[in-house]
Design a protein around this ligand. Structure first.
Ligand code: C5P
Length: 400
């Protein structure tokens, strides 16, 4: 339910604005308090009276129109909201927020908001696929703005394609899950491994991989935001650790193994996003290896497979693995779920653009222990982190 949740709805100028009236009506029926801000163009499509009647609240329109009390209106509305929905979100509005422009009541309010902001874009399909619009959407996703839709369909301009605002029912469900995921990990300990490992050859050289740690750090931030105690076991990365997490820095796979085993008994959930080296040099030279004219042959030995070891003592702990593959992604992922005794695996094809190492986005499929795969579109790692946690939350609930 949305009982007493305070939802601020921003309406921009697009024909889908008439559907936003239905969204407001549905939110009210679910018990939410709703306030509406309309841009000047939105008022060309629908009148404030429609939203005033449905929301049972005064509709805010201008930065300089007289508010109903002494407060600075954009600040008081920003403070008031538990969640902000922008529907329809136009290319213009998205571009302005991306650029940090605050030139009317809606943009100014959104700039001051600390609560989650959800955008439901609606526009012509060519506008939506325009590189600039896509750049702005991706940049906003990376900053934590959430997007619902658009979907494919027949657009008001007569064309068919992606750009239609998501259906009101789905938008309301999205708001519901955003607000109810609030503190669903309260009292839980979540261990996350992140980043690459470094396997030393000599005092100055090591073998490593291109993992940036972003997926693991996004998971840590999302889990901490949802109330979990987070233990983040991280290989070397350039990233700032999210506030409120317990950070354990490690270098090699063996160090990661020791740290994971130490914290494992305290954990309800383990998310193994680290790209752990499977091998390490059999010998670490105490001195810098000198070059010679001969070939250098390195002998490598196996590192422990940390996740495989965890799977053996699983108990009630939810185990989530990650599979970065360049071919046969689903097949390998299913095999790993079985072999490592996992609850979920997040698989991605690192050959796809926008997926895998060193990007802000990912294209992943989440596969469960029954082998069912859900393919997700390209999204920011922070959005993917929440979707993974949503699935883990369902598994945790099932335990009781
Ligand atoms: O078998 P593969 O290395 O592809 O499996 C990837 C998953 O296993 C990741 O979740 C990774 O963190 C974990 N892993 C591990 N220890 C290793 C290798 C991988 O925990 N030595």
């Amino acid at each position: 339910m949305l009982e007493d949740k305070k939802i601020l709805v921003g309406v921009c100028g697009g024909i889908a604005a008439y559907k936003t009236a239905d969204i407001v009506s549905r939110l009210k029926k679910k018990g939410a308090q709703v306030k509406v801000i309309m841009t000047a163009s939105a008022r060309e499509f629908v009148t404030p009276l429609t939203f005033q009647t449905l929301s049972q609240n005064y509709v805010a329109t201008g930065l300089f129109s007289s508010p109903k009390n002494w407060e600075v209106e954009h600040i008081s509305l920003a403070r008031w909201a538990d969640c902000v929905l922008i529907a329809p979100a136009t290319a213009n509005f998205i571009g302005k927020i991306w650029a940090g422009i605050a030139d009317d009541l809606l943009t100014t309010t959104v700039m001051a908001v600390k609560a989650p902001v959800i955008m439901a874009p609606a526009m012509n399909t060519n506008m939506y696929s325009n590189e600039l619009v896509q750049r702005n959407i991706n940049a906003l996703k990376n900053r934590g703005y959430q997007f619902v839709g658009p979907v494919e369909g027949r657009l008001a301009c007569g064309e068919t394609g992606e750009g239609k605002m998501e259906e009101p029912e789905k938008i309301v469900a999205f708001i519901h899950s955003t607000l109810n995921r609030d503190k669903d990990f309260d009292g839980r300990t979540v261990m996350i491994t992140a980043g690459p490992t470094r396997e030393a050859l000599d005092p100055v050289r090591f073998l490593t991989n291109a993992s940036s740690g972003r997926m693991g750090y996004s998971l840590a931030k999302a889990a901490a935001g949802r109330g979990a105690r987070v233990v983040l076991i991280s290989g070397p990365t350039q990233l700032e650790p999210p506030s409120g997490v317990e950070l354990v820095r490690v270098e090699s796979a063996l160090e990661m193994y020791m740290a994971v085993m130490e914290y494992y008994p305290q954990c309800d959930v383990v998310l193994k996003a680290a790209a752990v080296s499977d091998y390490r040099p059999a010998r670490k030279s105490g001195e810098k290896i000198k070059k010679s004219d001969d070939r250098l042959i390195l002998e490598m030995e196996r590192n422990p497979d940390i996740l495989l070891e965890l799977g053996k003592y699983k108990g009630n702990c939810i185990l989530v693995g990650f599979a970065a593959e360049s071919h046969n992604v689903e097949e390998y992922a299913r095999e790993k779920i079985r072999k490592k005794n996992l609850d979920l695996i997040v698989a991605n094809d690192i050959t796809l653009e926008g997926a895998g190492f060193n990007t802000d986005t990912n294209v992943a499929a989440i596969i469960d222990s029954e082998g069912k795969a859900e393919y997700l579109p390209m999204m920011s790692k922070s959005e993917l982190a929440h979707i993974i946690l949503d699935k883990v939350a369902v598994l945790l609930k099932r335990q009781f």
